[in-house]
Design a binder for this molecule. Structure first.
Ligand code: KIV
Length: 269
């Protein structure tokens, strides 16, 4: 089992966790020190998210984040991890065509990533299969995709109406068929997320997608209650009731594994 102390988490191991009904615990990190604490707390997947644009760089979106920014933080996180799988975001406009995608993914993998994540549905299918053919595991990201914030008109729940929900279900199936090894679903109604997770063989990780998925992810600084600005509904401050960061990380991992997070108050009905 992947939660055995010290056993390295791998991409096939994540699929086994889904098969055996073991919840996957994921958090973001951006530096070696936090990465080491996450690893010690038994976090299964560490995402170097382009959310670093918000929480590290203080910007109001992820759009300004560059491949160089990502590589710098992936290298730092790599040095802090032993057990967890390291997933890295492909930043905005770094995968607009095949050559750009191959270049970005190869920089991220050489920096120490074990899987890359990209946002988008059917338009990404060809790229996903080409990356996978080169031996690069890919995680999809559907629902609220922050790199599309201007097209979406803001950071809002996606897939509430039936037509968009159908597109999302079809996109999820297309990404899986193209070879994606995991899917992040952000800010979608619980029921839609539950349907997608039950239809796919690959693990579906939710953030604001309710409890009936295969795992959960949060931005680390949200989970520690230190993000500025309005707190999204799906966030719980795990520092509450804890007197250390290690305590908060352990509480998060336990709450995801025992199913007590997310509750109704963190989800979209
Ligand atoms: O960039 C990020 O941190 C993410 C998570 C919110 C899933 O994509």
């Amino acid at each position: 089992m992947n939660t055995e102390k010290g056993k390295k988490v791998t991409v096939p191991g994540l699929a086994d966790m889904k098969q055996s009904g073991q919840a996957i615990v994921m958090l973001t990190a951006y530096d070696a020190s936090f990465a080491g604490r996450l690893d010690a707390a038994g976090i299964d997947c560490v995402l170097v998210g382009d959310s670093l644009g918000n929480v590290i760089q203080g910007r109001d979106s992820t759009l300004p984040v560059t491949v160089d920014d990502m590589v710098y933080h992936v290298q730092a996180v790599r040095r802090g991890l032993q057990r967890a799988l390291l997933v890295a975001d492909m930043p905005f406009m770094s995968y607009h065509d095949r050559a750009a995608a191959m270049n970005t993914a190869s920089h991220l993998m050489r920096a120490g990533a074990e899987m890359v994540k990209l946002e988008g549905g059917s338009a990404m299918v060809e790229l996903v299969s080409e990356l996978v053919a080169q031996g690069i595991p890919v995680c999809g990201h559907l629902g609220l995709t922050p790199q599309h914030v201007h097209q979406l008109g803001g950071y809002r729940v996606q897939g509430r109406d039936e037509a968009l929900a159908r597109v999302l279900r079809e996109d999820a199936a297309a990404l899986e068929n193209a070879g994606a090894g995991m899917l992040v679903l952000e800010c979608v109604p619980n029921r839609l997320a539950a349907i997608v997770a039950s239809q796919l063989r690959i693990p579906v990780i939710g953030i604001g997608a309710g409890p009936e998925v295969d795992g959960q992810v949060l931005v680390l600084y949200d989970a520690l209650g230190i993000s500025s600005g309005r707190r999204p509904r799906f966030v719980r401050d795990f520092m509450r009731g804890q007197d250390s960061i290690d305590g908060a990380l352990a509480a998060y991992a336990a709450a995801v594994r025992d199913g007590s997070f997310p509750g109704d108050e963190h989800s979209y009905g």
